[in-house]
Ligand binder design. Structure first.
Ligand code: ADP
Length: 193
């Protein structure tokens, strides 16, 4: 059985996490942010150390351990009753992040829609990330060079994933609007599915 899934895409700082968290509070939706799953690992865990190594440089953790960790996390949350695949729609943020991951997850995800949160103003994204670095103590947001690398990586590797799912599933949302308006745009589309 495949998971009914909504995907959130957007450059770092576009607001995927903000929207994902809100959507996850709606009954019958379950939010999973891949970056959070990684951040919850401790450094006595080998993958936890690998995560620090890659994320501090603004790079992606290799696909195979990423997808394995993500599957383990979803299965554990299913067992604990937080996610019920029969009843709930999964809201994914931060995965799949490249074509390789999209292919690895093709047998697992029934993608109902993909939301592309766009923000053409790079300076605004950088400013949001720098604010978040202070608030959430995020290593990968603290350094301007790392931020630039992550924005570039999104353009190069993550944006092409939208073509993988095709134009029928992709909805473009203007992420420079107020969070509540972005939310309304997303909810309008979800309500129609
Ligand atoms: P952001 O959306 O701001 O880039 P995330 O919290 O989604 O932040 O991700 C933080 C870091 O975690 C990434 O830069 C990357 O190193 C790692 N990461 C998260 N998701 C994935 C993924 N699907 N594949 C590989 N690495 C990932």
């Amino acid at each position: 059985m495949k998971y009914r899934t909504l995907l959130l895409f957007g450059a770092p700082g576009a607001g995927k996490g903000t929207q994902g968290k809100i959507l996850g509070t709606v009954p019958n939706f379950y939010h999973c942010a891949c970056g959070e799953v990684f951040r919850n690992l401790t450094t006595d865990n080998e993958l936890g150390r690998t995560f620090i190594e890659y994320s501090s440089r603004g790079q992606l953790v290799p696909d195979e351990p990423t997808v394995r960790l993500w599957r383990q996390n979803i299965e554990a949350n299913t067992q604990m009753g937080r996610f019920n695949p029969e009843r709930d729609t999964l809201v994914l943020d931060g995965i799949p992040r490249n074509i390789g991951q999209a292919e690895m997850l093709a047998d697992t995800l029934d993608v109902l829609a993909a939301f592309k949160l766009t923000c053409a103003d790079k300076a605004k994204l950088v400013e949001r990330l720098q604010r978040r670095a202070l608030r959430e103590n995020r290593l990968d947001d603290a350094n301007l060079e790392v931020i630039r690398d992550r924005l570039e990586l999104y353009e190069r590797e993550t944006k092409p994933v939208l073509d993988f799912y095709g134009p029928k599933l992709v909805h473009v949302i203007d992420a420079t609007q107020k969070p509540v308006v972005v939310l309304r745009n997303i909810l309008d589309i979800i309500a129609e599915i």
